[in-house]
Design a protein around this ligand. Sequence first.
Ligand code: HEM
Length: 507
Amino acid sequence: MLFFYGATIASIIITILIVFYVRGRKRCCRTPLFIDWPLFGMSPQLLCNLSQFHEFLANILNSKGGTAQFMGPWFSNMNFLLTTDSMNAHHVFSKNYENYVKGPEFREVFDVFGDAIIVTDDPEKWKYFKSFFLSLIKHKGFDIFFEKTIQSKVHDGLLPMLDHAWLQGSVLDLQDVFCRYTFDNISSLVFGFDPKSLSLGFPIIEAQKAFDEIEKCLFYRQMVPKALWKFQKWLQVGKEKKMAKARKVFDDFLCTQIASKLEELSRFKKTNDEALPFESFLAEATRYESCDVKFLRDSGFNIFAAGRDTIASLLTWFFWLVATHPLVEAKILKEIKEIFGASNGEYYKVLGIEDVKKLVYLHGALCEVLRLFPPIPLERKKPIKDDILPSGHTVNSNSNIVFSFYGMGRSEEIWGKDCLKFKPERWISGKGRIIHVPSYKFISFNAGARTCLGKDMSFIQTKIVISAILQKYSMQVVKDCSEVTPSLSIILLMKHGLKVKIRKREV
Ligand code: HEM
């Protein structure tokens, strides 16, 4: 009797699971990513692989032809069409881009960005911000100001820090050094104020810590159901409590800088006619029409977010790849030596904007780093109207499309069989020029109308930093390479930092 009851209950449970499973398969589109479990959707498998999230997603997508449906837990509104298909990217970012927006949910998650260029979907506002940003970087004084700011930070901040670590024989977290460098640098560019977080003793700068916390919380918000983080926000607990605290600290920092700049400007009664040299984004922005404190705060935050950790990420992954590929390092040094003459531990040159444009091999190496480790690994879009993607998948206004830029950089279809190899040569033509790869394939700076506006600045800045460091020092990675894994944040940094020992180059 007992056996009969047991068998009946077991068969009922199995039947329910089969019904849910079949129902789940019907709910999801042609190419499901994993098993769609009742209640939990496909989350269990993703959660099991969270520590290597980007790698896992890239492998599974590329093995499933590039596009697949992810079903989140029931009622969580976390269903995404995930893709690494370059034709889908071309369609969404360029060909049919007017049909695709970031969407209100994106703005809710990224509310700390305020109402400025990175988050807006309003075409008029976006055009306004874009022309504002371009007018700043195309200002006649900008290049000189930009070059001077970077060169002096490299000369007075970065190199002395590395020299100190070499003299002490100590282990240095190069990622921390670069995050501090970029924080000081972007603050100098935006406010004309250097917080000097890159100083011996590694001082704790509250605003810098707060900014890091904000980025982690933004990633968290994207990983959990909206209802959960909203509830936490309402209760002011967990990550949302940290977010609120960090926002306040960072906003205080922004507002203090804005107020002091405005006060300084009014004190000196600076006007357009006085044609002062370009001294910061903010000083220039105050000359722009419809400028108020909110506009300055939101623009300041957006430029900070766009240009700080992206550069730190690129530099960190670059130095790791170069330290583990000595032949590439030798070729970069050879190029610098051939163009600018020999250097050694004592003599070196901090190059300028026009100088670094000549460094073709280094440019190829940077493109390779950006391909394999895109600083912004994911991009989300929402269709306004029903559409069919080139991959054949149907999307509607309820769909969320997520592009894995990380996966696209590792797609055999786009880059060939050796796609996982770090090979700067793939970017250099027989005539020694950089090969142009369309942005919907080399997607690290986004593609189409919303392509990154800081792309050229990024190459120039990183080339100045790298060429100065490599002329003087080499890095020995301390940790076992297998421990180098990407962090879980909106920017692809290293989870455990990059620990190195510094060596001075001999003649
Ligand atoms: C390695 C460095 C960088 C990478 C990989 C990068 C990548 C990107 C990506 C993927 C986007 C699209 C984001 C989105 O739409 O959600 C973007 C947008 C943008 N980036 Fe960058 N970025 C870098 C550095 C910079 C720098 C240094 C600046 C300027 C200080 C900058 C300014 C911008 C701006 C203003 C946008 C918004 C463009 C628009 O929506 O029209 N970026 N960037």
